[in-house]
Ligand binder design. Structure first.
Ligand SMILES: Cc1cc2nc3c(=O)[nH]c(=O)nc-3n(C[C@H](O)[C@H](O)[C@H](O)COP(=O)(O)OP(=O)(O)OC[C@H]3O[C@@H](n4cnc5c(N)ncnc54)[C@H](O)[C@@H]3O)c2cc1C
Length: 299
């Protein structure tokens, strides 16, 4: 029986493992290899790792974790969690079962993109969602924002200082007159026609409507949603927030005893949503691990 099983090998799970391993708590980290930034070539806004490929970041973390004899990593999917605090069982994809006193969920979220032909192929390379992560790389060049007017206006506010111009494209139907006025007053140009497809081009991205096409350096997606990558929030009956994320306290503890959660899949109720970034996920992983250490001491 492990002290803790961590499910997830992104920044949240890797940091949680490091913290627990350093405190000589036995840890099994499970990783199915489905990372939110799995298509991303270079991550940004990560101090000391600005521009580092996420795959390098994970490889370095794993190499450093290998120095700790209490940490075991398996590249395998967790299928089911049963049991309760001090006696959880995690069934793995190969049918074996591993036991642990505590569970740390760090399974992340998956992005549900709007149905725009070509968009999925560009995701993380020339199409993005987060100006903090990928805005600066488009400095002084034109960008497009695609989809929902309210979010597009917000993106224009953030990106307008960085890009040479921002053009908003609706997705299914033209923007309403009120939406057009709102977008224009935020500084965006507004396409009359919905985007029909996007494709990689020498200048960045070719955005096509039924009537014309535009060259931009990159696109930011204003529509779309997130879903929990793994089924455990639901199967364990964890309390969730309006954002769809798992509710946690300051030390990452979820609403079921012995279960913690860290990273994009969880946040405190005081926040409107997960602060989705590599640094925030790692910080949450560390806090969750500290919470686990404290509860093991108390138990
Ligand atoms: C296009 C894009 C670009 C981004 N760029 C940046 C950037 O430049 N800078 C930045 O700070 N942030 C960036 N982000 C955000 C960043 O990727 C996330 O905030 C971060 O990866 C969250 O870490 P996490 O550990 O919570 O989840 P993830 O990194 O998504 O890791 C989830 C882990 O859980 C595992 N998992 C899931 N289900 C199971 C299961 N059933 N069994 C076993 N393992 C499982 C997965 O395999 C994976 O190891 C970007 C996001 C996107 C979508």
């Amino acid at each position: 029986m492990y002290d803790a099983i961590i499910i997830g090998g992104g920044p949240a799970g890797l940091q949680a493992a490091l913290t627990l391993g350093r405190m000589h708590r036995s840890v099994l980290l499970l990783d199915s290899g489905e990372y939110r930034n799995g298509t991303v070539l270079h991550m940004h806004n990560v101090v000391a790792n600005d521009g580092t490929p996420p795959s390098d970041f994970r490889a370095t973390a794993r190499a450093q974790l290998a120095a700790y004899s209490d940490i075991e990593i398996r590249n395998i999917k967790a299928e089911e969690i049963t049991g309760a605090e001090d006696a959880f069982d995690v069934r793995l994809a190969d049918g074996t079962v591993a036991g642990a006193r505590r569970i740390v969920l760090a399974t992340g979220v998956a992005d549900e993109l709007p149905d725009v032909p070509g968009l999925a192929e560009l995701w993380g390379v020339r199409a993005f969602g987060c100006p903090f992560c990928d805005g600066h790389e488009h400095a002084g060049r034109p960008i497009a924002v695609l989809g929902a007017a309210a979010r597009a206006e917000h993106l224009t506010g953030l990106l307008g200082r960085i890009a040479s111009s921002v053009t908003a494209f609706p997705i299914d139907a033209p923007y309403t007159e009120a939406e057009r006025r709102m977008l224009e007053s935020s500084g965006a140009g507004v396409s009359d026609r919905p985007v029909r497809s996007v494709a990689s081009s020498t200048e960045g991205v070719l955005v096509r409507t039924d009537a014309d096409e535009s060259q931009v350096a990159g696109v930011f997606v204003a529509s779309g949603s997130l879903r929990q990558r793994a089924p455990f929030a639901e199967s364990l009956g964890l309390r969730t927030l309006d954002s769809g994320a798992i509710e946690v306290d300051d030390f990452g503890r979820a609403s079921v005893a012995g279960v913690s959660a860290a990273g994009d899949l969880a946040h405190r109720a005081a926040l409107p949503g997960p602060m989705a970034s590599v640094i925030a996920a790692a910080a949450a992983g560390q806090l969750a691990a500290v919470g686990v250490v404290q509860s093991l001491l108390a138990g």
